[in-house]
Design a protein around this ligand. Sequence first.
Ligand SMILES: C[S@@+](CC[C@H](N)C(=O)[O-])C[C@H]1O[C@@H](n2cnc3c(N)ncnc32)[C@H](O)[C@@H]1O
Length: 303
Amino acid sequence: MLLVTPGADRRRGPLRAGDQVQLTDPKGRMHTITLEPARQFHTHKGILEHDSLLGGPEGVVVMIGGTAYLALRPLLSDYVLSMPRGAQVVYPKDAGSIVQMADIFPGAHVVEAGVGSGALSMSLLRAVGESGRLTSYERRAEFAEIAVANVERFFGGPHPAWTVKVGDLVTALNETDVDRVVLDMLAPWEVVDAVSAALRPGGLVCCYLATTTQLSATVETLRSHGTFTEPQSWESLVRGWHVEGLAVRPEHRMVGHTGFLCTARRLADGVQPPVRRRRPSKGAPAEPGASPERAEPLRPELP
Ligand SMILES: C[S@@+](CC[C@H](N)C(=O)[O-])C[C@H]1O[C@@H](n2cnc3c(N)ncnc32)[C@H](O)[C@@H]1O
């Protein structure tokens, strides 16, 4: 099988056969096409010859009928929102948080479940790079198939760091010394034993959860497992802004909720997390019999 370099050469230079191009009309409506010699793209406005783009730069304006379309290679964030979906995808803002807060580094050995539509897999693959390893588990073969097609279309072929395994993470996970485990699945609390066994000391588990009940079950299971540091949980909200002349204000509409994130680090075997002692804040009511200091599990501050 031909392994392509999924790097910069796919993302720059003159437009070539097989490249994806996003055409955006003046109203912001988008069409994504894959360039092929002698092929045409038809809209109700008219016809575009793919040859008129092939060999030229991106960032150009092409006319279809009387309408001007901007032609650009899609960004990864554009691509994941327009690609075919099996399962709901991780949104780009959350994929960005996961890469940063789960500290996905070049060369890392990362395990992911489930693979769904492959959206998060692409961000993880970019972060681990060709020298890393991403093993993605998915229990539904039809979703794995969609994900593989999406990822290969984006990178222009199989990514050398990626292995997809069809199966349930609980029974199929047989890797050890893993640096990071990223879970986007219905019931991550059911796989905590398997994740703990796979992670190396100092490794990190990161869970993406849609609801507060899932967040609570996951955090409580990690906390009581005894092999993890105190879990940290958060969500991020991204609000677009309308900026035009003096009309500078938040957009009226936003995506209000996507999911919660939670991370915890794997302790070395047999280690108890240290307990941090803190003075109660000024004015906090004294509890009967309480010492002047409060004991809390060690919890690094979130930025
Ligand atoms: C929301 S989707 C994942 C979406 C994916 N992160 C993306 O960005 O495209 C959740 C997936 O987890 C899979 N899944 C749930 N439990 C699993 C398990 N125990 N082992 C493997 N896959 C699992 C489901 O079949 C589903 O495809």
